[in-house]
Design a protein around this ligand. Structure first.
Ligand SMILES: NC(=O)c1ccc[n+]([C@@H]2O[C@H](COP(=O)([O-])OP(=O)(O)OC[C@H]3O[C@@H](n4cnc5c(N)ncnc54)[C@H](OP(=O)(O)O)[C@@H]3O)[C@@H](O)[C@H]2O)c1
Length: 311
């Protein structure tokens, strides 16, 4: 019997990934973003647990605190990325100066290689391009051209673009440079504003990854995220929606976290859903949540979603 984690092809990359991906931003210990500390011990145990399967996909980034270095410690124990496992990372601007030039992109990749202990990278996203203008992003010698050069040099196998504003992601996938697009917090039980991106990505043959189905944790009941959605304080409309979601799930005796993750995993337009965890037992719980039976009546109650976020 299928465990619901059958491999799917990540678009034109040809990589085969599970419909769940472990997101490694919390395990980098970034209390500024997540409002809690994550010990080195918990982070290493989470990475080890992830590499043991059944999930075969781990998502990190240059600016996820200590995440890449921590992952690299485990990769060194294991002798590299295990066969059949897919590791994605992201190039980031200089977080002090804001520099997101082509040179900075090369340095970002060098840093990632060094921390991860690898000599090439399988999948690299252009991360949060909203921090510069589109014109700067595609300028000669700029970040996009540099990523393409790194791909031609064989340092990076596949390119993705990962960020917030939907219209900007749409502009980037139209360049034809990216095989993958990653959106976050914009396709969940709270916010479905990524819809037009999914449509366009489908037309262009760009594979979609959907991150943060818990809206940063609130839909999983993570204690430090109550009152927040997508890392920001939630307004009254969102808080009311969350309460209504809790009530509907309680009536059907289904954990809200299960509905939240399956809202994404059940959507055929999404190749994989990225969920942040920083404790090893969370990996097993995530698999359970993705497999929890959800009655059709509950889906009827949860839909139609209430809010369109900002593009
Ligand atoms: N711009 C971008 O490219 C971008 C933006 C956002 C996210 N991402 C990627 O997507 C991933 C997911 O986003 P996210 O981590 O911000 O948000 P998320 O997946 O919506 O939620 C993660 C939070 O939920 C908590 N959680 C997970 N399972 C739980 C459970 N069973 N019970 C209670 N709490 C649970 C985690 O807590 P613990 O830490 O305690 O396990 C963590 O605080 C990131 O890690 C990152 O890899 C990318």
């Amino acid at each position: 019997m299928s465990d619901g984690l059958d491999l799917r092809v990540l678009g034109s990359t040809g990589l085969e990934v599970t419909p769940l991906c472990v997101g490694a931003s919390p395990l980098g210990n970034t209390p500024g973003a997540y409002r809690y500390e994550v010990s080195l011990e918990d982070a290493l145990a989470t990475v080890r647990r992830t590499l043991d399967g059944p999930i075969n996909f781990l998502d990190t980034g240059n600016n996820y605190g200590d995440s890449e270095r921590r992952i690299g410690l485990v990769l060194r124990e294991r002798g590299g990325v295990p066969g059949g496992f897919v590791l994605a990372t992201k190039v980031d601007r200089d977080m002090t100066t804001g520099d997101f030039s082509g040179d900075r992109v090369r340095r970002s990749v060098e840093e990632s290689l060094e921390r991860l202990g690898l000599d090439r990278l399988g999948l690299v996203h252009f991360h949060d391009p909203e921090n510069i203008s589109f014109e700067e992003g595609v300028a000669p010698g700029g970040p996009l051209e540099t990523l393409q050069a790194l791909k031609e040099e064989g340092v990076i196998a596949h390119l993705g673009v990962a960020g917030g504003p939907i219209d900007l992601l749409r502009r980037y996938i139209r360049t034809g440079a990216f095989s993958v697009v990653l959106t976050h917090n914009r396709y969940s039980l709270i916010d479905q504003s990524a819809e037009p991106l999914f449509e366009e990505a489908g037309e262009l043959g760009v594979a979609v990854l959907n991150a943060a189905p818990f809206g940063g944790g609130v839909l999983a009941g993570a204690p430090h995220t109550q009152g927040y959605y997508g890392y920001e304080e939630a307004g009254p409309e969102i808080l009311a929606r969350i309460e209504a979601l809790h009530a509907a799930c309680a009536r059907h005796d289904v954990p809200l976290a299960a509905a939240a993750v399956q809202f994404s995993t059940r959507d055929p337009r999404i190749v994989s859903t990225i969920v942040g965890v920083s404790k090893p037992e969370r990996v097993d719980r995530l698999v359970e949540l993705a497999q929890t039976p959800i009655p059709p009546d509950l889906w009827d109650e949860l839909n139609p979603p209430t809010r369109e976020g900002s593009a």
